[in-house]
Design a protein around this ligand. Structure first.
Ligand code: PLP
Length: 382
């Protein structure tokens, strides 16, 4: 059995999405910026995709800018806002994806702004009292805090954060890469200025995403050149990617309730089986808490063992694909900055399981068996 449990890294392309994309790789090759028929046909496909994305998240089409993915959308929001508004201060947390963290740190390094890090507890829960303090002390701030953490699955309360930002006239960007297509986002309700999506996290193609930018929000373009995307993002559009993104998001919204039930069921089974099979197993962050974590992600902390170093390799040779996140290894290329920020135990091993609609209960059982085998072997040998 081959088991793919690395869906937070990327998901397989849905065949329905591929079908929607194919004409734009085969027959519909016009440049959307050309005024002739073949160009106009492709332009219409892009604008229909924009309308679809906007409709699904209850925004208006003019608020959607297509990008090359989540990383570019995060860079665009952060750099574009800080530069357009001349903001001098930023707030983020050490648990953010590098797409945000490194971007904010680069803005600090270039002298464009000062950066403050929001405190969190050992489970990665953000200290919103500290956010109020930071906002009160720093008017004109750019805040970037993610909706769900890609490593430990923690969900943050966007409404509470957004309302705090609004009270202090701060600009709020949230990295929603791990929740787009898995949870509903209603931009008429959510108090955010920016959010982002990346198609390959919800069974769309790689290399395409979007930034939602609230109407009236000032932001400088990141990429200069032609006038594509209403002068916001130069370069000939990734047409089949954009068409695939919209189709993938449409399917994700259509089937969301059913898929959420299925995947949450797999996660519950995984937690139960791991607790039964592996003595001393723990879960990082709020990963095992249904209400406080992504239903797609479980970050497992394994007891100290001489085999922990080979954990991912052993799972891989048994055809189980997962991610790791060794926390406290030393050196410049130390493992996970998220687990390090949580102050985890360097002797424990970490495996991140991330599931999708295509996974099954049999796969959960098989993966747990492969993991448990290692620990049983360890018991015999030690
Ligand atoms: N933000 C988060 C939370 C992610 O998990 C990822 C991808 O792993 C990204 C940003 C980057 O997205 P992309 O791969 O589309 O650049």
């Amino acid at each position: 059995m081959n088991v793919y449990f690395d869906n937070a890294a990327t998901t397989p392309l849905d065949p329905e999405v591929l079908d929607a994309m194919l004409p734009f790789l085969q027959t519909h090759y016009g440049n959307p910026n050309s005024i002739h028929g073949p160009g106009r046909q492709v332009r219409a496909a892009i604008e229909n995709a924009r309308k679809m994305v906007a409709h699904l998240i209850n925004a208006s089409p003019a608020e959607i800018v297509f990008t090359s993915g989540g990383t570019e959308a995060d860079n665009y929001a952060a750099c574009g806002t800080v530069r357009a508004l001349g903001l001098k201060h930023g707030i983020t947390s050490k648990l953010e994806h590098h797409a945000v963290l490194h971007t904010m740190q680069a803005l600090e390094k270039s002298g464009e702004m000062q950066l403050s890090y929001l405190r969190h507890d050992a489970h990665g829960r953000l200290d919103l009292g500290h956010l109020e303090e930071l906002l009160a002390a720093n008017p004109r701030t750019f805040v970037s805090l993610m909706h769900a953490n890609n490593e430990i699955g923690n969900l943050n309360n966007l409404t509470a954060i957004g309302e705090a930002c609004a009270r202090h006239q701060a600009v709020f960007h949230t990295d929603t890469v791990q929740t787009m297509g898995h949870y509903r986002h209603d931009l008429q309700q959510l108090p955010v200025n920016f959010l982002v999506g990346s198609a390959h996290k919800f069974h769309g193609p790689k290399g395409v995403g979007f930034l939602y930018r609230r109407a009236g929000q000032m932001v400088d373009a990141l990429i200069q050149g032609g006038s594509q995307e209403r002068n916001q993002r130069a370069g000939t559009e990734n047409v089949y990617g954009i068409v695939g993104l919209a189709k993938a998001l449409e399917i994700a919204y259509r089937d969301m309730a059913e898929h959420q039930r299925h995947i949450q069921g797999l996660k519950n089974r995984l937690i139960e089986k791991l607790r039964t099979e592996i003595e001393g197993v723990q879960f990082n962050g709020t990963s095992a808490d249904t209400d406080q974590s992504l239903y797609t992600v479980l970050s497992v902390s394994l007891p100290p063992s001489e085999f922990n170093e080979m954990l991912l390799f052993n799972l891989d040779i048994n055809r189980v694909a997962v991610s790791g996140g060794s926390a406290c290894t030393s050196g410049a290329n130390a493992g996970s900055h998220v687990l390090s920020a949580l102050g985890c135990d360097p002797d424990r091993g970490t495996v991140r399981f991330s599931m999708s609609k295509y996974n099954t209960e049999e796969e959960v059982d098989y993966a747990v068996e492969q993991l448990a085998k290692m620990y049983r072997k360890n018991e015999v040998m030690s």
